[in-house]
Design a binder for this molecule. Structure first.
Ligand SMILES: Nc1ncnc2c1ncn2[C@@H]1O[C@H](COP(=O)(O)OP(=O)(O)OP(=O)(O)O)[C@@H](O)[C@H]1O
Ligand SMILES: [Mg+2]
Length: 265
């Protein structure tokens, strides 16, 4: 049996500010198979971003374990950790904040190629052109600064940068929420195409249940730092069990039935 792309067990993280403590992650476990999309949904403050940051090892956990492609990520350090890190990348909600606006687009995409020695220096320029093409941008953008781009184009650059290391897992924290409604569908289609081509597993954090239904194989619902419901997307949407799941679905103004739903009636 192939190892999961990523597996987290019993993640715990408590934040303290003054006398207040928040259990942002309270015994969270999940498994993501290669090429699969798991959506993580939940109200604001339920712990979704903390979960993403925990998987990325952006802070120290209070407990739990994370394995990437069968390797215990928390046991690694130094060069071994950096080497394994190339298989796990993240795309943030706001591409304007995530990318240095004065850097050239070529530089932004080239950085991970250099850091992880993905291609020799002499071939980096070609590799950048290839990555730009994969995200639907012209090669001559490489010399332009990030600030010359629209929000949708910036998110394409952020995706190209994340794809540069050929990751097994991409953590996407609300990747289209900050974008104009008119470009959201294009970016989602791009992500689905890249996943089909490369077999990347997506941990897809979203507020938008319509988007989740369109892209996710499975859904995990978070509330107060816990996963309160998890299952296949069609099952969770058809018969939500947790009150928090029903509340999220009730907040969707209009959800037309899918053709498959109509046939089964
Ligand atoms: N660095 C931090 N210091 C203190 N508290 C934090 C920190 N990061 C997150 N929290 C708290 O942890 C809880 C979970 O926050 P988190 O950002 O993970 O929620 P979220 O589900 O991503 O919310 P949103 O949908 O608004 O993005 C919240 O109560 C938040 O205030
Ligand atoms: Mg968040």
């Amino acid at each position: 049996m192939t190892a999961p792309a990523i597996e987290a067990r019993g993640l715990r993280k408590t934040f303290r500010s003054g006398s207040r403590t928040v259990a942002a992650l309270d015994d969270v476990s999940l498994t993501l198979a290669p090429g699969e999309t798991l959506a993580v949904v939940g109200a604001s403050g339920s712990g979704k971003t903390t979960l993403a940051r925990a998987l990325m090892r952006l802070f120290d956990l209070d407990g739990g374990s994370v394995s990437l492609r069968g390797r215990d990520l928390l046991a690694l350090s130094g060069a071994a950790l950096r080497a394994e890190r190339r298989h796990l990348q993240m795309v943030f909600q706001d591409p304007a904040a995530a990318l240095n606006p004065r850097a050239t687009i070529g530089r932004v995409i080239e950085d991970p190629l250099r850091v992880h020695s993905i291609v020799p220096a002499s071939r980096r320029r070609d590799a950048v052109s290839g990555l730009l093409a994969r995200v639907g941008l012209p090669a001559d953008l490489a010399d332009r600064p990030v600030h010359a781009l629209s929000g949708g184009q910036r998110q394409r650059v952020a995706i190209a940068r994340a794809m540069a290391t050929q990751p097994a897992v991409l953590v996407l924290d609300e990747p289209v929420s900050a974008l104009d409604v008119s470009v959201r569908g294009q970016i989602l289609n791009l992500l689905m195409d890249l996943q089909r081509e490369d077999g990347i597993a997506y941990l897809f954090i979203s507020h938008d249940m319509g988007v989740v239904r369109a892209v996710a194989d499975r859904v995990a619902v978070m509330a107060a730092g816990r996963i309160v419901e998890a299952g296949h997307t069609a099952t969770v949407f058809a018969s939500p069990q947790a009150a928090e799941t029903r509340a999220l679905l009730d907040a969707v103004p209009h959800l037309p039935p899918r053709p498959a739903d109509e046939v089964s009636r």
